[in-house]
Design a protein around this ligand. Structure first.
Ligand code: NOJ
Length: 719
């Protein structure tokens, strides 16, 4: 650790220099630092001296570029305080692994950790010091495009996956040139946007906030995340960056977070747009009062903070506290010793074979086999294969927020299959585009022609990678364009049609589900996606992902999720269309198309027993739950064993079921394993109607399986 004396450093800084540390600008500002003002620096009237005081930079191209910026900065900053380079490294840097939503479906936190570490190694070699990840917004509405970046609809799963990312990126030493510091986001409840429209209002009870939305952020903080980013949305009347309840009461006071808080892009300025601040000066004051240390790219601090301090509206002590947090972060990053953080020009880790292997494994483990009439795995001796659809020969499968990942680095399904089936006659046709703007059907006939004469069809449909992600909300979450017509045409001439779906959010796939012989959910799988798909199709790998988010039948069911709270009028029989006055839809039913936790395998896993070591526990006991599973097949495989809790009677309405533990296990052909889960009183706690976090004596059930496919259910009592 550096020996720099931060207190002495702070004491020698002018007010302007301190404020400079609290401002983050994009790399383009620094590019114009050649004595002459250009571009945005000119707009801000930031001369070389002004620029020399800035504390951090978002973006930057590669190691060389960032070194140049850092060198110029250090040559001009009289205090010699290095810049921090930050960037969104979300699911890979150059080697791209599946989108976070897909990764959540792997139900494998150790794999998530490995992937995050690989991304950290690549990005850090390229001169980035901190990533704006993990994103652990709790999500229940598939219309919201940012579900792709999230860890799905379950708070426990998101907590485990968030924690794994913090560990993988940081590796307990953010000064290492193999690590990145992390920033958990978007605090809080950004995923609760009304009607799934990005940046929209979030109005939820404190009880729901604490029960579902907050746990994953907290888990990341407990795992040692370095930074927190407040969300854009207004939460119960105040945008997060100016929301004292969130930023002070919960984050700083209750959770004791002492790290740096950074605003989201222009979010401080947006306090004015939201209409809760009259001008930038009020906005800056509000954000600082909520202990926001760094302002990302808007200019409230830059334009107004010095005057606020001089006029005593803001105390300099508050500024000092923020600056100290920032300097401490720089010290922890080791930047005072090595301002380049060990970056390497043209590092050979980018897209190296080891990283591609990890990305491929991640794509294999996160794919979800949703339907299979037995057609999969395909026989490798297949003679004639048709590969059709907009994602058949597409390399545009890396997904949203792919940092420096490039489509050209991704393997398409067609290329994956060709590489593995050298003796098969493979024909391909586009069939149609996957775009809402392209309704043309003229290419469908060509696809049909090759499908007619094939032994099997691989039909690759989905949603373009630009359709999910920030600001990509949709009201229609069906397959865009005329893909359903392609499905109809292809399946009517060839019943051996295996569908692969490439997407960043749950889609409504009712038609596909009726017609395809098998459905393999591939998500946006990243660099190795097409090869992973081919291996899964041919049984060279066995699918083992489970859905991290419910797939509705119809968009009108959104938000739809597995842990719904009980209603007084539930449907008794989900197939009965004539039950009256029950919580249902006349024209759709209340069930989704695919459930959270669902996913098939080529193995046949038999759940043989579930044994509780006692029927009653006290607050100090631990209940052991032993689940025995056998792989009753000739195929080695992996199963995600999911344990759900139901609190039968409580002082507040509880969910029909809640995931309380899970584990992914490998089972060789014929192998039997017993898995032990341990239940303690603290796992039975909930927020009661007055928002107290308590457990209550009474009866509970534990079930193993998923949704309405529970294999065993057993009761126990907390006394
Ligand atoms: C806006 C996004 O909301 C956030 O997730 C991201 O980290 C920042 N921009 C910086 O790119």
């Amino acid at each position: 650790m550096s020996s720099v004396d931060l207190k002495a450093l702070l004491e020698q800084m002018t007010l302007e220099e301190k404020i400079g540390q609290m401002i983050q600008l994009s790399a383009i500002f620094f590019d114009s630092a050649d004595g002459e003002l250009t571009g945005p620096a000119q707009e801000w009237d930031l001369d070389e001296h002004g620029l020399s005081m800035i504390g951090s930079c978002i973006g930057g191209l590669n190691a060389k570029h960032k070194r140049e910026i850092q060198d110029r900065h250090l040559a001009t900053d009289r205090n010699k305080i290095p810049l921090i380079f930050m960037r969104d490294i979300i699911h890979g840097y150059r080697t791209i692994y599946p989108i976070p939503l897909a990764m959540a479906g792997s139900f494998d936190p150790s794999l998530m950790e490995e992937c995050a570490h690989m991304a950290a190694r690549e990005a850090s070699h390229e001169g980035t010091h901190l990533t704006f990840a993990p994103m652990v917004d709790f999500v229940r509405d598939a219309r919201w495009g940012r579900v792709a970046e999230s860890c799905g609809e379950d708070a426990l799963l998101a907590s485990k996956m968030g924690e794994a990312q913090v560990k993988g990126f940081q590796k307990d030493d953010i000064s290492s040139p193999e690590s990145l510091a992390t920033c958990v986001k978007h605090f809080a409840a950004y995923g609760g946007a009304e009607a799934g429209r990005d940046y929209n209002t979030v109005e939820i009870s404190e009880r729901l906030l604490r029960s579902r939305y907050l746990p994953a952020y907290k888990a990341c903080i407990d795992a040692g995340t370095t930074m927190v980013m407040p969300s854009f949305n207004n939460l119960n009347g105040l945008p997060s960056v100016g929301n004292k309840f969130l930023m002070k009461k919960i984050l700083r006071d209750e959770w004791g977070f002492e790290g740096v808080v950074i605003s989201d892009w222009e979010a401080i300025y947006e306090l004015c747009v939201h209409g809760v601040a009259r001008d930038l000066s009020e906005a800056g004051e509000m954000a600082l009062d909520c202990s926001c240390d760094i302002e990302m790219v808007s200019r409230a601090y830059y334009d107004t903070l010095a005057d606020l301090v001089r006029s005593k509206r803001v105390s300099e002590d508050i500024v000092d506290r923020s600056v100290m947090r920032i300097l401490e972060l720089k010290k922890r990053l080791g930047l005072f010793e090595d301002p380049y953080h060990g970056s390497i020009e043209n590092s050979d880790v980018l897209l190296c074979p080891e990283h591609k292997e990890i990305a491929e494994r991640a794509a294999l483990e996160s794919a979800v086999l949703l339907r299979n009439n037995g057609i999969l795995p395909l026989n490798k001796n297949i003679k004639r294969l048709a590969v059709v659809g907009p994602f058949a020969n597409s390399q545009a499968i890396k997904g949203t927020w792919a940092a420096m990942g490039e489509n050209k680095d991704c393997i398409s399904v067609l290329d994956g299959l060709k590489a593995l089936l050298p003796h098969t006659e493979i024909k391909w046709a586009l069939g149609c585009e996957a775009s809402i703007d392209d309704p043309s059907k003229d290419k469908i006939a060509q696809a049909v022609e090759i499908c007619e004469n094939a032994d099997a069809v691989i039909l690759c449909v989905g949603e373009p990678q630009g359709y999910s992600g920030e600001a990509q909300s949709r009201v229609d979450i069906s397959l865009p364009g005329v893909q359903d017509e392609l499905i109809d045409a292809v399946t009517s001439v060839n019943s051996n049609t295996v569908a692969l779906v490439f997407n960043g959010r749950p889609l409504t796939l009712v038609n596909l589900e009726k017609k395809a012989a098998a459905i393999l959910e591939m998500w946006h799988p990243g660099t190795q996606g097409g090869l992973a798909a081919a291996k899964l199709i041919l049984g060279m790998a066995n699918p083992c992902g489970k859905l991290p988010m419910t797939f509705p039948k119809h968009v009108g069911q959104c938000p739809i999720y597995y842990d719904r709270t009980r209603t007084g009028r539930p449907k008794k029989n989900s197939d009965d269309k004539h039950e009256i006055c029950v919580s249902d839809y006349l024209d759709c039913g209340d069930l989704p198309l695919f459930f959270f936790g669902e996913g098939l395998s080529y193995s046949n896993f038999v759940y043989e027993s579930m044994v509780l070591d006692k029927n009653e526990i006290t607050k100090d006991d631990t209940l052991k739950v032993s689940v025995t599973i056998r792989n009753d097949s000739d195929t080695n495989g992996k199963e995600v064993v999911q344990l759900y809790l139901c609190d039968l009677v409580a002082s507040a309405v509880r969910p029909v079921q809640e995931l309380i533990a899970f584990e992914k296990i490998s089972l060789a052909a014929g192998e039997r394993k017993t898995l032990d889960f341990f239940i303690r009183e603290d796992m039975l706690r909930f927020y009661d109607s007055e928002c107290r976090y308590i457990s209550e004596p009474g009866d509970f059930t534990l079930s193993v399986g998923y949704a309405d496919h529970m294999r065993f259910t057993q009761k126990f009592t907390l006394i």
